[in-house]
Design a protein around this ligand. Structure first.
Ligand code: PMP
Length: 354
């Protein structure tokens, strides 16, 4: 830190994104990207848009908002666009959380939540998950604070039933309940229909996972007009052109290529079942996942050692040193070939350990 930075950031621990080492080529199963490239129509749409890069993008992103609204059966006023859902989360924390409006989230969840809370100096409570990393809705009722939940949760991959989400939203009418549905399209049940009944529900989704557009950076919120208006106010006070032209064009073309992404999603689900089964044969315990990753542990090799051994064999997975999950590794589901390579390396490691 230089002597110019504000002292309030002394203790801020920044988010650490999944590593992107350049020392050799790796099979990257550590950041939950899609292994599949964008649809051909997306490449064409981006190509056609490049010539317009001398002009600012539409700050309202009208074309894309209308398309998303149509797809989800809402009005464009219920849709907000952001530079990845990370930016969306940042805006939401800034808009709705503060010293007088504390926030709660599970103790095991997306690592950015405590970072945003610290950045914006919001008091936060981490609610322990129950046995098996299961979230109990009753733990979130009557908390008297805003609530942020990833559904499905990350890094566990577990789903929260929509009726539990409704119970939590209903029990906290004076607080915002943000549901981060980054991985919803891989098998979870979205709580989106509830936005018509609950004006305190903010649903956040992304193009980074199911829609193969992590590099384009596009997240969006679906919510009551009131909450969307609040996010707009923050955006126009931060960066009015937060989503660039190429991304707007890519995202619109993505929505026109739905079938391509559905097919890819099916392959991920098949590869998830296959990988889980093969790991079970090696004695691994894997949590039931409705995402494009699995959370798994090996009885013979502890989490950090498995992560290191895989890395030395050219496969990147994610491991956290947090005591509650130190035994576990999170593995992104890639192509069948990638998963076979991962499994081969795992078999070698288990053999070496035995
Ligand atoms: N939420 C969760 C639960 C995530 O795992 C991620 C991906 N790291 C994000 C949000 C952010 O995704 P993006 O900014 O790429 O939309």
């Amino acid at each position: 830190m230089s002597r110019y930075m504000r002292a309030c950031f002394d203790g801020l621990e920044a988010y650490v994104p999944g590593e992107q080492p350049q020392d050799r080529s790796y099979v990257k199963l550590n950041t939950n990207e899609s292994p599949f490239p964008p649809a051909p129509a997306v490449l064409a749409a981006v190509d056609a848009e490049v010539k317009n890069l001398h002009l600012y993008p539409d700050p309202e992103g009208r074309v894309l908002r209308e398309k998303l609204a149509e797809q989800y059966g809402v009005r464009p006023e219920n849709v907000f666009l952001a530079n990845g859902s990370d930016e969306l989360l940042s805006f939401a924390f800034l808009a709705f959380c503060g010293r007088e409006r504390p926030v709660a989230f599970p103790n095991i969840s997306y690592g950015f939540y405590p970072v945003y809370a610290s950045l914006y100096q919001v008091p936060y409570t981490e609610i322990p998950l129950r046995e098996g990393f299961v979230l109990a809705a009753e733990d979130y009722c009557g908390l008297n604070r805003n609530i942020v939940l990833a559904n499905p949760n990350a890094p566990t991959g577990r789903a929260i039933p929509a009726r539990d989400i409704e119970e939590i939203v209903r029990a906290n009418p004076d607080h915002v309940v943000l549901i981060d549905e980054a991985y919803i399209d891989f098998g979870g049940e979205s709580c989106l229909p509830l936005i018509h009944r609950y004006d305190n529900l903010l649903v956040c989704q992304t193009f980074s996972k199911f829609r193969s557009l992590a590099g384009g950076r596009l997240g969006y919120a679906l919510a009551s007009q009131g909450l969307i208006g609040d996010l707009e106010k923050i955006k126009y006070s931060t960066n009015s052109y937060n989503v660039n032209r190429l991304t707007l064009a890519a995202a619109a073309a993505t929505l026109d290529s739905g079938g391509y992404y559905e097919e890819n999603g099916k392959k991920i689900q098949e590869n998830r079942a296959y990988t889980t089964q093969e790991l079970a044969g090696l004695g691994f315990e894997t949590l039931p996942s409705v995402t494009n990753f699995i959370f798994t542990r090996c009885p013979a090799v502890e989490g950090e050692a498995l992560y290191q051994a895989l890395k030395s064999k050219g496969v990147l997975v994610r491991h956290w040193n947090k005591p509650e999950i130190a035994d576990w590794c999170r593995v992104t589901i890639g192509t069948r070939e990638q998963m076979d390579l991962f499994l081969d390396k795992v078999r070698e490691i288990v053999k070496e350990a035995g």
